[in-house]
Design a protein around this ligand. Structure first.
Ligand SMILES: Nc1ncnc2c1ncn2[C@@H]1O[C@H](COP(=O)(O)OP(=O)(O)O)[C@@H](O)[C@H]1O
Ligand SMILES: [Mg+2]
Length: 314
């Protein structure tokens, strides 16, 4: 009897999310252009505008506000998530538009969120890209945490860097709380969220030290969560060489202060071609494919896909 040939691993569909904690830093443009580039490489891509309060991903793609949105699915006006998918006019690239018509959608309840995430996971594609909104609300963090690739956009400004840092910290504490069962440790995690807590816990590493001292049996859970959490930075709007170095500084700061092993996925130059295309309601990847920003995006996507290939076959 011959041994059957091993079945090649089925390419796994992936969820990539693009967050950053701050508005106006290029999350939507990055989502649209990463999606465009992945589609150009032959991947079936769906962009999801999960910025439920301020949806504008369609505008980045030069589309009028679609009639059917994620809000219709959340409100059950559309039965299947496929019913709110729209074509973008770019081969292999489709869009689920956000729900700016329905502000309450920004406060979707937990079971609704689970329903949306499950349906997104089940979409028949290669990559789903989630454009997250600004801020660090639980909705945004939960979408980020279910992603296979979590990208954090920063621009070279202190406010953006602070927000990205805060985002990672909030996301890590959220992971801790989801993983820990012990009530007393949970209380410590809750307390740590307040910078002025009486335990003197200022960082996740302080929290870990406290748990190691007071509940040694539980510390490994926190360590596992720290090790498994691997956000990646993208520095956007780079104007001078020192700006590109911010990604490395962030990686070092996260390791030192948060105990999180982040990576630096790459940077995108500030480019006049980008906003010129934005004004014309067109995507710079289409309009100015030879621009510096378009080249940066191409390099960024290549690196991200290769990085993923190491662990997950396409
Ligand atoms: N690399 C870049 N070069 C030039 N302008 C940019 C770049 N990235 C973003 N912008 C500008 O920033 C604006 C906001 O981008 P957007 O993607 O809408 O941000 P967000 O989704 O984070 O709120 C864009 O309309 C564009 O004018
Ligand atoms: Mg946006």
């Amino acid at each position: 009897m011959t041994t059957p040939a091993p079945v090649p691993a089925r390419p796994r569909r992936q969820i990539w999310s693009i967050g950053g904690g701050k508005g106006g830093i290029g999350k939507s443009l990055l989502t649209a252009s990463l999606g465009y580039q992945l589609a150009k490489m032959g991947k079936r891509v769906i962009l999801v505008d999960s910025d439920l309060g301020g949806a504008n991903l369609h505008t980045c793609l030069g589309l009028a506000a679609p009639e059917r949105t994620l809000g219709d699915f959340i409100r059950r006006r559309a039965e299947r998530i496929e019913d709110v998918l729209v074509e973008t006019g770019i081969p292999l690239l489709r869009l689920i538009s956000g729900a700016s018509d329905f502000l309450a959608a920004a406060n979707i309840k937990y079971p609704q969120k689970v329903r949306v995430l499950n349906r997104i996971r089940a979409l028949e594609v290669d990559v789903v890209l989630l454009d997250l909104g600004a801020g660090t609300s639980y909705n945004i963090i939960d979408f980020f945490l279910v992603s296979d690739v979590g990208l954090l956009t920063v621009v070279p400004e202190p406010t953006s860097i602070e927000n990205a840092y805060r985002f990672i910290k909030s996301a890590l504490y959220r992971r801790f709380r989801n993983a820990v069962q012990n009530d007393e440790v949970r209380q410590l995690i809750e307390a740590a969220l307040d910078q002025k807590n009486p335990h003197g816990i200022r960082t996740p590493l302080d929290l870990l030290a406290t748990v190691e001292r007071e509940h040694p049996g539980e510390a490994q859970i926190l360590k596992n969560e720290m090790a498994a959490f691997r956000p990646q930075f993208v520095v956007n709007q780079v104007r001078e060489p020192a700006d590109a170095g911010i990604g490395h500084q962030l990686v070092a700061a996260c390791a030192r202060h948060l105990g999180v092993r982040t990576t630096y996925a790459g940077f995108v130059h500030y480019d006049e071609a980008v906003w010129r295309s934005v004004r014309q309601r067109r995507l710079f990847m289409v309009d100015a494919p030879r621009s510096r920003a378009a080249e940066d995006i191409t390099r960024l996507v290549r690196g991200l896909v290769q990085g993923e290939t190491l662990t997950l076959p396409w």
